[in-house]
Design a binder for this molecule. Structure first.
Ligand code: NAD
Ligand SMILES: O=S(=O)(O)c1ccc(CO)cc1
Length: 489
């Protein structure tokens, strides 16, 4: 555990949190909740809660913003996104500090996340210029045209684990398409969202095109989704909330884009260097203390390399430096809050009671803050809760397999399918895994995940639709077919 502070982060104050409605920052609302630093439990600030009148005003503002923004030329929309990316990059260190203060991830990861948000905005700025319709074959005096038009004002909900890159990804695409947005970020990490919206405002985004609200999630989601102003709903968050919002959207006949939870399997096949794979696996598993949707979680390892894999993974897990994200050398920060610590503890105890071996970590650490030791469980029984519940924490679950049939069946056994990984030296196995693993993204022989230029999303309960990639604007567009006779009437 390391709690000492390093000095390379700018010593700027934690921002004052506000709603942003119709181009105006609103501070003076009753506090909905406090913002706490998960490294030391100190209070950083408070989150004003939107009242119903704020939501109504945000809706009317989003309707006006949409009318303006959809008719703004695409190059101007792209310019605003690029300018916002430039501002974010210029403020990377101070926003990175805000992220580390409120979310806990190591400062270097906070800065990397700001860069990632910039990458999303830059990709979507280019996408804005490529919204092509089509012209269908037609007889003389007839034109048959297919338009792609922005769908309308969007309600966007984002999580605490990627508090700036998720808004970057979502709003980048929505704004590039010509939509206006009402953003409801997580109340645990409001500072990053405020910084993001401020950059958009300073980049010249007209009032009403983006509104930012905090407060009671149920009040906000029911009000926004039922409103005829909102035409589309998007969430990055948990499966449970995804289903709730999808139900509300379905009742109002509105499309959704849902980026939800995962429980990524990692198939480690016979013939690989188990220790070498474990080194890559350890870094990916413990990044952001495992609090990432694509985090590798179920390590399904061929029996011939199982011992070397587990032994190296647990050796590295024991050596990782856990502590305050500003402290020099810290690799793993805290969990988001005390509830997450209790949840991980419960999963470990349950697995242990069912026969799993704790080979690294296994317990909370430190006197203050929400720290949990990087944990490796071996021989985890399939009925352990952790094998089906997304842990969203520094928990690696290892099980041995004998045949690829068995490994694929286990990997596919959950109702989730977001990111998956496989390590193999067999082309035949790689081809089969690529075809048969039920997931939205698969990384073979590395632990990377898709960035701005590749589609990302889930199958089964992990979500609906794709963000990023060449089709990133699709969810924010509607298709209109116009059959136009050119004869006089
Ligand atoms: N697929 C992806 O791209 C992706 C990326 C990051 C995180 N995630 C997932 O997000 C989850 C962690 O984030 P989280 O804990 O912030 O998720 P969450 O679902 O609890 O919250 C997400 C957002 O929804 C809001 N919310 C919560 N309850 C709501 C309700 N009843 N009505 C309306 N809004 C509500 C929250 O305030 C937050 O803004 C994990 O499951 C993780 O896998 C998915
Ligand atoms: O920043 S996000 O777009 O929400 C995002 C999604 C997925 C992952 C997985 O690596 C990271 C960030």
């Amino acid at each position: 555990m390391n709690q000492s502070s390093s000095t390379d982060a700018p010593q700027v104050a934690y921002p004052r949190i506000a709603l942003f409605v119709d181009g105006e920052w609103i501070h003076d609302r009753p506090a909905f909740c406090e913002v706490r630093n998960p490294s030391d439990d100190t209070v950083l600030g408070s989150v004003p809660g939107a009242i119903p009148a704020d939501l109504e005003r945000a809706l009317q503002s989003a309707a006006r913003g949409f009318a303006l923004w959809r008719d703004t030329p695409a190059p101007e929309r792209a310019r605003v996104l690029l300018c916002a990316a430039e501002l974010l990059r210029a403020r990377r260190d101070e926003i990175g500090r805000t992220i580390t203060l409120e979310q806990g991830k190591p400062y270097a990861d906070g800065k990397t996340e700001v860069e990632r948000a910039c990458g999303f905005l830059e990709w979507e700025a280019a996408q804005a210029l490529r919204v092509y319709g089509s012209v269908l074959p037609s007889e003389p005096r007839m034109q048959r045209l297919v338009f792609k038009q922005p769908i309308g004002p969007v309600a966007a909900f984002t999580p605490w684990n990627v508090p700036i890159s998720s808004p970057g990804r979502k709003l980048g695409a929505a704004l590039a398409a010509g939509c206006s947005v009402i953003l409801k970020p997580s109340e645990f990490t409001p500072g990053a969202a405020c910084a993001f919206v401020q950059c958009l405002q300073e980049a010249g985004l007209p009032a009403g095109v983006v509104n930012l609200v905090f407060g009671d999630p149920v009040l906000i989601s029911t009000t926004l989704i039922a409103s005829p102003v909102i035409r589309m709903v998007t969430l990055t968050g948990s499966v449970q909330v995804g289903k709730q919002l999808s139900k509300l959207a379905g009742e109002a006949m509105k499309p959704v884009l849902m980026e939800l939870g995962g429980h990524a399997p990692v198939l480690v096949c016979a013939g690989v260097d188990g220790a070498h794979v474990a080194q890559q696996a350890a870094a990916a598993k413990m990044r952001m203390a495992g609090q990432i949707c694509a985090s590798p979680t179920r390590f399904i390892v061929h029996r011939s390399v199982y011992d070397s894999f587990v032994s190296e993974l647990s050796r590295i897990a024991r050596e990782l430096r856990v502590g305050d994200g500003f402290a020099a050398g810290v690799q793993v920060g805290p969990l988001m809050n005390a509830r997450r610590v209790a949840a991980i503890e419960g999963l470990v105890q349950d697995a242990q009671a069912r026969g799993a071996r704790v080979v690294a970590g296994g317990q909370r650490i430190g006197q203050r803050g929400c720290f949990f030791a990087p944990t490796v469980l071996a021989d985890v029984p399939l009925d352990a809760m952790a094998m089906s519940e997304e842990p969203f924490g520094p928990l690696a679950l290892c099980v041995a397999f004998d045949t690829l049939d068995e490994a694929l069946a286990l990997a596919n056994s959950l109702p989730l399918g977001l990111q998956a990984y496989a390590f193999t030296n067999s082309l035949e196995d790689a081809e089969r895994i690529g075809r048969e693993l039920e997931c939205g993204a698969l990384s073979i022989n590395h632990m990377g995940a898709p960035g701005a230029d590749a589609p990302f999303g889930g199958v089964k309960d992990s979500g609906l639709g794709r963000e990023s990639g060449p089709g990133s604007l699709e969810a924010f567009l509607v298709t209109k077919t116009v059959l136009q006779k050119t004869t006089q009437v």
